[in-house]
Structure formats: C-alpha cells, structure tokens
Design a protein around this ligand. Structure first.
Ligand code: AKG
Ligand code: FE2
Length: 338
C-alpha cells in the first residue's frame, strides 16, 4: 500500500507505532466521508491450527503471527460453529432488540452490581443499541425473548473454545508453551462479556457512525459480524473494511495482549460505520483474564532494548479506570502506556 506520510511507514510492531487516524468519532478521509479501503484482513483456517500435518500447522502458525503483527485482526473460517446456530443467534438477538423500550429499560440501571446492561449510543455522531452481559465465569442473560439464553449459551461455549485455542496459537507464535497465556491470565475464572449491537438502518447523516473509533479491553475479541459489513480497522493510517466472509468469525487483538506482549501485538483501533440499507446485528465476545489477575508485560517480552512500556494493574483496575465500572467494558490503554 503506498503511503504518503513518513510517520506511517513504520511497521505495526514498532514500539512507537500509534494509529494515524483521528479518535474523535469522525473520519480520516479528506472528503469527510466514512468510507474505508477494501484491503482484506488475513484469513486463518481454524481446522489447520490443530492439524496433524506438521507443515500445515506451522504454516498456519506463521499466518497467525503475521496477522497479529500486521493487522491485529483476522477472519477465522472452519471454526466448527454451524451456519444454523449463527442464524439462530441473530434471530434471537433481533427479537431482544425488537422488545418494546419499557422491557429493555429494565436493564438500563447504572448499579455497579449489574451483570446485564442495556443502552443506546445516541448522538449526531453515533447511533446504535447494545446489551452487555457477563457470560463467564457465570452466565447472565435477559429472560426475554424465550430461547435467547439457550442459543447464546450454545454459541458462546463454542466461541470461547475457539478463542482459547487461538490464544494457545498466539502463545506458540510468541515462543511460549501453548497454555502459558491461558494459565497466567487464569482463564478458567476469566471475566468474559458479550455486547451484542443493533445498528440502525438509516443514519441521521451520511457520516454518522455505529460506534466511534475505540480499542477493546480483554485479551481477544471474537466477533460474529452480522449479515452486512460495517466494521472498519485502522491499518497504517487508513480505515480498512473488514468485509468478513459470511459466517466467519472476526478475531481482534485487544488491550491485555498488547500489554502482555509489551506492545509487540497491538490492540486494534476500530470503528463501525452504518449501512443505509440493511439492519446489522453483531455479537462480540470479549475474552479476558480473571478480574484479580495482574496484567503487565511478560518478563520474556522485556529486555534492555524493550523496557516495560505499560503500568502493572489488575484487570479489574484496568476495567474500572476513568470512573467506569467493569460492566462498562471500556479500554483504558492510554492510561497505562508509559
Ligand atoms: O459491531 C462490530 O462490528 C464491532 C463491535 C465493537 O467493536 C464493539 O462492540 O466493541
Ligand atoms: Fe470494539
């Protein structure tokens, strides 16, 4: 990709690489539009990660490493979740978002003890609706519509298995034993959220977004991206359209992997654009450490040329930074970068 700005000519794993796009919710494009570049994100064939064929497996590990270094995001195919399960998930979530507002408001409260929270992102710049739920170690879900709990439980069980296998792959690409990250982050009691999103059909203005540019907290985000496009990722100073294949899972590196790797694998800066013609429902799963886990650069990722670049904090402290509560699921990367 031809770049005009010398500052973006660095590779993504450069310690001083920072997104070269604005963070105020608008656009980087000279014409002020929110269009992105079609530069397909890498594809990882999940079935090859655990293949008995050594050559296939090591090629897939190499692809995974390149994807983590260069994009921080990739689409996973052959992940073992059936098309029919994915369709049932979208249908059940649509029924939830179609409930009347009074029923959804039951989950609107700001009580820090809540494990489910519904809300709207509603301004001239952004428009969407979400329902956040803590799903691990304990599963929380609205009681309506009937069947939502069962279908989400089935889907999240598989998404989590895929996520943990990918974290093993990532651990291997870093030269560690495959369960190293999983054990260190105490994933058995890890704190996972889902935040299904409903993006409206008709934007208020052409450039209204579904979600403003942001980083995600957690180790990995596994996204069921819905039936139309909308996710954009920052890549060397441009917004690129993720354009995932139908029923693939879009996986992105999130804040805690950036911290653990001391900045080698960067958390992905991303946003959501609205589609004029099609309603879009997406389902991200945030796989995170247990709340009491200290998150800091791994000793193996620190040396005299790579001094620690992040503060040491528990995952709970990180989630609660900026006066947010952990259920708010917000990044605080900028507060811990040294
Ligand atoms: O809906 C999407 O494509 C992305 C969602 C997202 O980034 C989020 O909920 O944090
Ligand atoms: Fe996100």
């Amino acid at each position: 990709m031809a770049e005009t700005n010398a500052a973006v000519n660095q590779t993504k794993n450069h310690p001083y690489y920072t997104p070269q796009v604005d963070s105020n919710g608008s656009s980087i494009n000279a014409d002020g539009s929110s269009s992105g570049v079609d530069d397909p994100i890498p594809v990882i064939d999940y079935s090859m990660l655990t293949s008995d064929d050594h050559n296939q497996r090591s090629k897939t590990m190499q692809d995974l490493q390149n994807a983590c270094l260069e994009y921080g995001s990739f689409m996973v195919i052959n992940h073992g979740m059936s098309d029919s399960l994915i369709s049932r998930v979208y249908e059940a979530l649509a029924k939830f978002f179609d409930l009347n507002e009074e029923e959804k408001k039951e989950y609107e409260s700001n009580d820090p003890m809540d494990r489910i929270r519904w809300g709207k992102r509603d301004s001239d710049l952004v428009s969407s609706e979400f329902i956040k739920m803590v799903v691990h170690p304990n599963f929380h879900c609205p009681t309506k519509p009937a069947g939502l709990t069962e279908v989400l439980q089935e889907c999240i069980k598989r998404l989590r298995e895929v996520g943990i296998q990918l974290l093993r792959g990532i651990s291997t690409t870093l030269g560690f034993e495959e369960c190293y990250i999983e054990k260190r982050m105490k994933l058995e009691s890890g704190c996972d959220f889902i935040t299904p999103n409903d993006y409206p059909l008709r934007p208020y203005s052409e450039n209204q977004l579904g979600q403003a540019p942001h980083y995600d907290p957690g180790l990995l985000i596994l996204l069921l991206p819905g039936l139309s496009n909308g996710l954009q990722l920052e890549h060397y100073g441009k917004w690129i359209n993720a354009n995932p294949q139908p029923n693939s899972i879009v996986v992105s590196i999130a804040d805690q992997i950036e911290i653990l790797t001391n900045g080698k694998y960067k958390s992905v800066f991303h946003r959501v654009v609205l589609n004029n013609n099609v309603r879009r429902i997406s389902l991200p799963l945030f796989i995170g450490p247990s709340l009491d886990t200290m998150v800091s650069p791994l000793p193996e990722c620190v040396d005299e040329h790579h001094p620690p670049a992040y503060l040491v904090k528990t995952y709970k402290e990180l989630l609660e930074a900026n006066q947010y509560h952990e259920i708010d699921v917000k990044s605080c990367l900028k507060n811990v970068r040294l």
